[in-house]
Every structure is written in structure tokens, then in C-alpha cells.
Design a binder for this molecule. Sequence first.
Ligand code: AP5
Ligand code: MG
Length: 216
Amino acid sequence: MRMILLGPPGAGKGTQAQRLVDAYNIVQLSTGDMLRAAVAAGTPIGQRAKAVMDAGDLVSDDILVGMISDRVNEDDCKNGFILDGFPRTLAQAEALEDMLAQKSLTLNAVIEMKVDDALLIGRITGRYTCANCGAGYHDENLQPKVAGICDNCGRTDFSRRSDDNAEAVTTRLQAYHEQTAPLLPFYQAKGNLKTVDGMADIDEVTRQMKAALEPG
Ligand code: AP5
Ligand code: MG
């Protein structure tokens, strides 16, 4: 199973990817997570990306295409993958087409998560993750079962992203509408675009995604 999750910042791409990984035994390839890991490790890519990400702008296509192209060659991608946050520009989408064609691979689906902008700000400013395992939570919508303790790994340290502030979110939304939304007609024309209601509750979104991934 190979799929793309396409949606604005805060649409729930990471939340749903974590669930689909378990359901289909595939890996999540989040370019945002990869870039944040590069920033944390202080690699040359991380050093170039940090200020761009903090401002809410998109990192250059050549960095992202190189990153994904290396990653899909790794062994754990053999059974399939979920692209979370890639492609984000038409140039990235075209590079992905070439990359997959060279490996004789196809995409099973591109899933659009549709959410109104007004709802996204609250989702993003309320979001936090476990600093140890990366499990995602939200101040109101998705709290750990025991307050202050990660459901997944039991640790008690949590963190918030440096681009989850009102100013950067506005730029991220603008980048989505201007540079990423044109991918919707691109994939529609190829016939593999499916849309789910990203404003429904988290379980319902998962249900709609699994239905969209049914063959036929
Ligand atoms: P990235 O990390 O991809 O950020 P993003 O696209 O802005 O998306 P988010 O991770 O903020 O949101 P999400 O859709 O994953 O939502 P989540 O599940 O967390 O990219 C960050 C930056 O890296 C970019 O700005 C750019 O600079 C750079 N970058 C990355 N990829 C790039 C590329 N390809 N090209 C160029 N630059 C790139 O959910 C949000 C919150 O809402 C959570 O708290 C969650 O619990 C809650 N929630 C989720 N679903 C629901 C629901 N159904 N109901 C209620 N609450 C919900
Ligand atoms: Mg995410």
C-alpha cells in the first residue's frame, strides 16, 4: 500500500498516519518529522531548513526530493508507505511520479483531508507531542488517558513545535493554498484522488480513510 495524505497544516495527517501504519503494516514518511530530526541533529540540511520552517515557509524542492528519494529505497518501505507532508509543490509531485516510475511502483491513493482554515488554528495551537516517542496529543481533543503520562511509552516529557504559533501558522496556511492545493486537480486528473471529511472526529476520519482505501 502506497498513499499520500494531502491536507493543510493541522488537518490531522500525522494523527491518521500513525493509525494507518498499524492497520496496513506500512511506514509513515513525514517530511516535517524528517526535517525536524535534521534540525535537532544540526545536520547541514537542518541548518538550512530551521529558519525557513520557523517562518512557516516551504523548504526547497531539491532538499525534499533528495530526502524522499533516499528514504523510499530503504528496506522498511518495501511493504509500502504513507507520505505525510510530501509532495507539497507541483515540482515535488512530478519528481515523485518519476521516482515511482523508475522503480515500477504505483500509488494506491491520494487522500485529501478537507478542513476549514478557521478550525486549523485551534488544532495547531493546542497540539503537543511526547518528547520521547513522538505520540501526538491535543489540549482539548486528544488528551493522554492519565494526565501528564504518554499512553504509548509512559514518559512524562512533552514538547510543542516552534512553528506552532499564530504568525507561522498564517504563513503555513498561505503556503498550502498557494503551493500545495494545486496538487488536488493534478491528482484528480490522474484519477486517484479521494476526499475525506477532516472535520469529523478522529475515529470517523480513520473510518472514512479505510473505506477510501478499499479496492474498487
Ligand atoms: P509538517 O510537519 O508536515 O507540518 P504541516 O503540514 O504544517 O502539518 P502539521 O504536522 O502541522 O499537521 P498535521 O496535518 O500532521 O496534523 P496533526 O495530526 O498533528 O511540516 C512542517 C514544515 O516543514 C513546513 O511548514 C515546511 O517548512 C517543512 N516541510 C515539510 N514537508 C515539506 C515539503 N514536502 N516541502 C517543503 N517543505 C516542507 O493534528 C493537529 C492537531 O489536531 C493534533 O493536536 C491532533 O490531535 C488534532 N486533531 C487531528 N485530527 C483531529 C480531528 N479529526 N478532530 C479533532 N482534532 C484533531
Ligand atoms: Mg504532521
